[in-house]
Design a protein around this ligand. Structure first.
Ligand SMILES: *Cc1c(COP(=O)(O)O)cnc(C)c1O
Length: 431
């Protein structure tokens, strides 16, 4: 019955058989992913129970938002889940970049230096920091920037970090996910080692982790290893697909208060900020986040194995341990990237009938193709893919609110490549 359903969606017998064969080898991987989801689900429920979440927490507030119990309780839940003293979780934080910009600008002062120890930060942060000159950047406010690259094997350059720490070094940034680079993603344990190393040299240096795409992939979060701030977007993992917008910063009470005075206003801080009725999806999204993240991870592992066994280079590999939900597949030719994205789009619940095409986009030096049929605009915890049309013709994809949808999306991507005769399936060779 299920195979007929796949057929009615446009999946051929050949693609179906190949996919099922790959899947039959992934039972152990999937079980481990489910085990982590189980642990994280319990962690979230415990945090909600301890904070005495009640139906009242879902009520809308307006105006100043004084005494917003839903907002304050949600922030307590986040602090519990991320093992920090406090948190800011708000619809007024517009996205991940904004959350990071708040965390940085709130805790740095003119003359301070920001040090990135995981190499070049995520693209949008270049303008926040002023690596690319930009209005309102930290550089304009007299905050300097230094960077230590990761070693060729992707690990921290501890000697380089020691040398880069100067008297004016105030805050260290560590980016957990590789984002759209080819380095490996850092594990929470590795991040913990770097924090311990830095705090051992200068305990007063603040350690901030860009946690985007990493939440709930592992049983532990960077707050458990002494991170002063852990920052991310609610339209990625922790929003569970339900949060319609928003960002979070979890951290020490003193860092979070600094952030609140920057987000709202000096003197007002955390006391203001209406919730506009988003509390119920914020809570419910966090509740779903561990299993949604697991679905996305299964999709990533499935895709890595599907394409690796067809001879394409994939990052991470089909057998590597995962520390974020992003999967890169290198096709080496433009039609591979294009067909892949068309398949992801064709499998979407929303906008499945539109055909994505490569296009010039601001901030990119080549045409880019993007596929997303999302309930929330730009949500990348929902199944989505994009790739610049340039060497090495790699596609980056992530998300999937449910495992069956992620599976269909990847099968559909393969179907599109197969129809264009861009891949040969192993079972073809028999006939
Ligand atoms: C997505 C992402 C960001 C920025 O988040 P937006 O919500 O797109 O602004 C920052 N850092 C990393 C590593 C990311 O993956």
């Amino acid at each position: 019955m299920t195979d007929q359903m796949y057929q009615s969606l446009g999946i051929s017998r050949e693609v179906y058989d190949y996919s099922e064969k790959i899947l039959s080898g992934l039972n152990d991987r999937f079980r481990k992913i489910d085990d982590i989801a189980e642990f994280n689900q319990l962690k979230v429920i415990k945090a909600m129970q301890d904070a005495r979440v009640s139906a009242e927490c879902f009520e809308t507030s307006s105006g100043y938002g004084y005494n917003d119990r839903g907002r304050d309780t949600l922030e307590e839940v986040y602090a519990n889940v991320f093992h920090t003293e406090a948190a800011l979780v708000r619809p007024q934080i517009t996205c991940g970049t904004h959350a990071l910009a708040i965390a940085l600008s709130a805790n740095l002062r003119p003359g301070d230096e920001l040090l990135s120890v995981s190499g070049k930060p995520y693209d949008t942060l270049e303008e926040v920091i002023g690596i690319r000159p930009s209005r309102g950047s930290l550089a304009e406010y007299g905050v300097t920037y230094a960077q230590v690259d990761l070693l060729p094997d992707g690990s921290f350059d501890f000697e380089g970090i020691r040398q880069a720490i100067r008297p004016q070094t105030r805050l260290v940034e560590i980016q957990r996910s590789k984002g759209y680079q080819t380095r490996p993603t850092l594990s929470v344990e590795q991040i913990g080692e770097a924090i311990a190393f830095i705090k051992n040299i200068r305990p007063d240096i603040l350690c901030m982790v860009d946690n985007c795409y990493g939440e709930f992939v592992e049983p532990m979060e960077p707050g458990e290893f002494g991170a002063d701030m852990v920052v991310g977007s609610l339209i990625k993992n922790p929003g569970g697909g339900l949060a319609p917008a928003g960002g979070y910063i979890a951290g020490t009470l003193s860092c979070i208060e600094q952030c609140a005075f920057r987000l709202t206003s000096p003197g007002l801080g955390r006391e203001v900020g209406a919730n506009f009725g988003v509390m119920q999806p914020f809570y419910q999204g966090l509740f779903l986040a561990p299993t949604v993240t697991a679905a996305a991870l299964k999709g990533a592992v499935f895709a890595a194995n599907i394409y690796e066994k067809l001879g394409f280079s994939v990052v991470p590999t089909g057998t590597e341990e995962r520390h974020d939900i992003i999967q890169a597949i290198e096709f080496g030719f433009p039609e591979g990237v294009i067909s892949f994205c068309k398949g992801i789009q064709a499998a979407a619940p929303v906008d499945s009938y539109v055909t994505p095409e490569p296009w010039a986009m601001p901030g990119y030096d080549s045409d880019v193709i993007m596929a997303a049929g999302a309930f929330v605009q730009g949500s990348s915890i929902e199944l989505s893919a994009d790739g610049p049309i340039k060497e090495p013709y790699a596609v980056y994809f992530q998300g999937g609110l449910t495992w069956p949808h992620a599976k269909l999306g990847i099968m559909m991507s393969l179907q599109k490549l197969y129809e264009k005769k861009l891949v040969k399936l192993p079972n073809d060779q028999k006939d």
